[in-house]
Design a protein around this ligand. Structure first.
Ligand code: PLP
Length: 442
């Protein structure tokens, strides 16, 4: 499609958007509420912000409150009986999330469960899937991974008595002869590195979409390459789940985990999901840290000795389900279901291409600032996020953007991340960002 840089054109795109009405299902903050400027006579302040931070914390669905209230009511009226006689009995509450979760990550229901928080799950999964020996002990990860992943991996390596310097291999982008670096990784380089590491490689542990650059890695090829050398492939999908199409089962990924509060709009510190490939569903030989909720549900309450795991991902559960965070998650999953992930992805691609087009035009139309987009241009290699590097004073421009009602985030050392989210961002949001950029570039 040929885009235009007019406001009219942005409206037209919104008018033609069959998902546009989903925006009304979310609470979108106003400038007043965000800047604590409670002067409600300030008309400008009542405008909704341009919220481009759904990659960090998704917005609240208007239905969320009712989902929580349902569980509070059952607790109020039924007490412990809510486990059995609540509208959504708590005993099996987590199962309410399974089918929708499986769809979002491209899994079979037996392969997923919602539980705990992301970093906790990373550890639990590494307990089972990082089992180094003297010969095969290395972990390959992307350089500049999210710090929690770095700490988790480093501590796992040490836990097994290895030194992080020997055991952790970080993939960095290429540099040319003039030491000018590329911004993102080339798939061919990742595959080559896996082959090189060969029988020393125990685990490939990558983010699905890198939080800083927005690069979506080729998880299928990475998994294939890992398996070819006898290693395991696991992914942190914090920035991928609900953002990019995933087919974890078909890609034969061994394990994955993600959080629910970014693209999945399930509230700060919200619950997490895990994927464990079906081939491990009955594999009792895998070491795991066990708890009663992973025990065979038929005799979970017999309170007997001897752990017998549930089949599949549920066998990795430790504790009884966190009902309130899960209720919040359910509200959002129901919206995803209603919108249909393929429709969302289609709009997402268009939104991001449009945003990119506006930024490229901004660069042409003025000479004060040049914005470089370091996220891959190929739509197969990215989700909705664009990572922007300003040629000067990026941090200052980020602050100005915030004051003007564009909520994006600044990530050290020099990136502004913007993520137009197909569920609640409009084409007009992108256009407003472009207009504001032009106004502040003086
Ligand atoms: C957001 C994010 C986290 C955060 O971990 P929590 O355990 O949910 O606090 C970890 N890893 C990655 C890659 C993330 O993007």
């Amino acid at each position: 499609m040929n885009f235009e840089t007019t406001k009219n054109f942005a409206s037209q795109l919104d008018n033609n958007d069959s998902l546009a009405h989903f925006r009304d299902k979310f609470w979108i903050p106003t400038l007043n509420s965000i800047s604590k400027n409670t002067n409600s006579s300030n008309e400008k302040g009542k405008e909704k912000v341009v919220y481009f931070c759904g990659n960090s914390l998704g917005l609240q669905p208007k239905t969320t409150k009712a989902y929580i209230e349902q569980e509070l009511e059952d607790w109020k009226n039924l007490g412990v009986e809510g486990h059995f006689h609540g509208k959504n009995p708590w005993l099996s509450y987590h199962k309410l999330l399974t089918n929708q979760t499986a769809k979002i990550v491209g899994a079979k229901p037996i392969e997923v469960v919602v539980m705990n928080n992301l970093t906790v799950n990373l550890h639990l999964l590494m307990v089972s899937f990082y089992r180094p020996n003297q010969k095969r002990f290395k972990i390959l990860m992307e350089g500049g991974a999210f710090p929690s992943d770095q700490y988790a991996i480093e501590s796992q390596v040490k836990f097994h008595g290895f030194s992080p310097d020997d055991a952790i291999v970080e993939m960095m982008p290429r540099k040319n002869e003039n030491s000018e670096g590329e911004e993102t990784l080339r798939t061919e380089d990742i595959l080559k590195k896996i082959e090189e590491l060969g029988d020393e490689l125990a685990l490939v542990m990558f983010g699905g979409v890198n939080y800083y650059t927005g690069q979506f890695f080729d998880l299928e090829k990475i998994t294939q390459a890992a398996h070819k050398v006898g290693a395991t492939a696991g992914f942190d999908l914090a920035h991928a789940a609900g953002n990019v199409p995933l087919k974890l089962h078909d890609w034969k990924v061994d394990f994955a985990t993600w959080c629910s509060y970014k693209y999945l709009n399930s509230g700060a510190g919200g619950t997490s999901g895990v994927f464990i490939n079906e081939k491990y569903a009955d594999d009792d030989s895998l070491p795991r840290f066990a708890g009663w909720w992973g025990h065979d549900e038929k005799d979970r309450f017999k309170m007997k000795k001897g752990f017998i795991p549930m089949r599949g991902a549920e066998g990795w559960q430790l504790s009884n389900a966190q009902i309130l965070p899960m209720a919040v998650h359910k509200a959002s999953l129901d919206i995803f279901e209603e919108a249909g992930f393929e429709n969302l992805r289609q709009k997402s691609e268009q939104l991001t291409v449009y945003m990119e087009f506006l930024i490229e035009n901004f660069n042409k139309e003025q000479s004060k600032i040049k914005i470089k987009i370091i996220t891959p241009k190929n739509k197969l290699e990215r989700g909705c996020q664009l990572s922007l590097v300003f040629d000067k004073e990026g941090k200052k421009y980020h602050e100005t953007l915030t004051k003007r009602g564009v909520i994006s985030d600044w990530r050290e050392p020099n990136v502004i991340r913007i993520a137009p989210i197909p569920l609640y961002n409009s084409f007009m949001d992108c256009y407003r960002f472009y207009e504001i950029l032009k106004e502040i570039a003086v």
